[in-house]
Design a binder for this molecule. Structure first.
Ligand SMILES: [Zn+2]
Length: 206
């Protein structure tokens, strides 16, 4: 019997990337709503129509990945603004962890800590779950943070990365054994960058 593959994560699929496993794909997909790649893809959170479509699609995709009911994440204009701000905060933290170098100069001021609701639930088997809470954009933020929290507990959260190429910036899941990947694709972003660095060193030597 042919296996049925799940539908793609809508934003990550634009960049032809392997999604992060399970519900963690939601974190990667939010990051990949950004305009990135070459040629540049549009920002899926640019207007309410495309953001609403994206939120609907990821809620369904998250449900497929986790086997839980699809959350109602209907966005309104204020919710969309909040979601864009949250995406910037998420991105800031990952970039600061991965790409901060002394040459890059002082980093932009860090955003204020983000807090959101979630519920700890004890089930009949003695297991504890972190259930997202809220409605609309607030619920989406809670979902993303709950997934990231669960990923950090098993030490895979730091495998969600943004490409080191500043002109690319897509979010990928690093499946390398020692979590050493820095490019979303070595062929597309790594080799050209290494070649540029090599030529620069040659020019200096000449
Ligand atoms: Zn890249």
């Amino acid at each position: 019997m042919p296996s049925v593959s799940p539908p793609p994560w809508p934003a990550t699929a634009r960049y032809g990337l392997e999604p992060a496993p399970g519900g963690l794909g939601l974190v990667q997909d939010l990051l990949n709503t950004l305009p990135a790649g070459a040629p540049r893809q549009p920002d899926l959170l640019d207007d309410l129509d495309s953001a609403t479509q994206w939120a609907h699609d990821v809620a369904a995709r998250w449900s497929t990945a986790t086997g839980r009911p699809a959350p109602d994440v209907t966005l309104d204009p204020a919710g969309l603004r909040a979601l864009r701000t949250f995406r910037d905060e998420l991105r800031y933290g990952i970039d600061a962890r991965l790409h901060a170098t002394p040459e890059a100069g002082p980093p932009e001021p860090a955003p204020a800590p983000r807090t959101t609701g979630a519920t700890l639930r004890l089930d009949g088997n003695g297991s504890v779950h972190l259930d997202p809470a809220g409605t609309g954009a607030e619920l989406l933020v809670s979902l993303v943070l709950a997934e990231l929290f669960a990923a950090h507990l098993t030490d895979v959260g730091r495998r969600v990365k943004t490409c080191r190429n500043p002109r690319c910036q897509v979010a990928f899941y690093d499946r390398s054994r020692n979590n050493s990947g820095v490019w979303h694709s070595v062929r597309v972003c790594g080799l050209p960058a290494n070649l540029r660095a090599h030529r620069a060193r040659q020019r200096q030597a000449d």
